[in-house]
Unconditional design. Structure first.
Length: 276
């Protein structure tokens, strides 16, 4: 639970898709619509049916939804290597809580814990598509090796895995040469609020790095991001966020068996936090 003098404490929970009520789904879509326009509510609800789990953040006192993340899971084989993906489709947080990283921290901690617990030898990744620097920044912040990297090309396995996810999730909208997704949908894209980046932010190293890997972000073009969920791939900051120790008990969704895959959506947008 997090909070400050200016913000109420938040409660984070892991919820199976069947537990999402119509009222909760409507509140999730309302948060999504702050950042994206032209995204159909019916399609959003179809997406929710195939989730592995959803991470919710609520005002601890009132139960008001202030953020959420939706996570899919898929197991596959890439060039003879058993790999798996925890794919974040949406990760949305009200702007007044942007100073808190608890939503992302809780979400990725669950992925890391499940990757550590898997004794099958499968190599697990976190993947998502980033349309803003606030999404992309978690790659260099948490992982030593990640894709995209402004100065290091992906190795063969990471590239093959990225292209598999890109084609599976985004079909013809995925460009394997750049690792980006351009939906080219009339009426769809970032809202005006999501596109607003101040000159001060444009001067920051984090934004400059992101603009190198996704120069067309303002056109709602997304870049596919991924990193291996391995302890030796965590940065010093990542090791502080995800220490090798038992997790405290709490409300969690029951993990699925290692061999039970969840198909990623082949015909529609899946993306991470859109805030620029």
């Amino acid at each position: 639970m997090t909070g400050s003098a200016s913000r109420p404490p938040l409660r984070t929970s892991f919820v199976a898709p069947a537990a999402l009520t119509p009222e909760r789904r409507a509140a999730m879509f309302a948060l999504l619509s702050v950042w994206f326009e032209g995204y159909g509510e019916d399609y959003f609800n179809e997406e929710l049916e195939d989730l592995d789990h959803c991470v919710l953040q609520e005002d601890a006192a009132t139960g008001e939804l202030v953020g959420f993340a939706t996570v899919y899971r898929q197991a596959m084989e890439i060039d003879g290597t058993a790999v798996g993906a925890f794919h974040t489709a949406h990760c949305i947080l009200e702007r007044r809580f942007w100073g808190s990283n608890e939503l992302v921290r809780s979400m990725v901690a669950e992925m890391v814990a499940r990757a550590r617990a898997d004794r099958s030898g499968r190599l697990w990744y976190w993947s998502y598509s980033a349309v803003g620097y606030r999404s992309y920044r978690y790659m260099p912040m948490l992982f030593v090796r990640h894709t995209p990297h402004p100065d290091q090309p992906p190795d063969d396995l990471d590239r093959a895995f990225r292209d598999h996810i890109g084609r599976k999730c985004f079909a013809q909208y995925y460009d394997a040469d750049t690792g980006t997704v351009d939906w080219q949908w009339q009426g769809y894209g970032l809202t005006k609020e999501a596109r607003a980046i101040s000159e001060a932010k444009l001067d920051s190293p984090a934004v400059a790095q992101f603009r190198r890997v996704n120069p067309r972000w303002a056109d709602s073009v997304e870049v596919l991001c991924l990193a291996r969920l391995q302890d030796d791939n965590l940065t010093a900051f990542g090791r502080r966020w995800f220490p090798v120790s038992p997790r405290p008990s709490g409300e969690r969704v029951a993990p699925k068996a290692p061999g039970e895959g969840v198909a990623l959506l082949p015909n529609g947008p899946t993306r991470a936090t859109p805030s620029p």
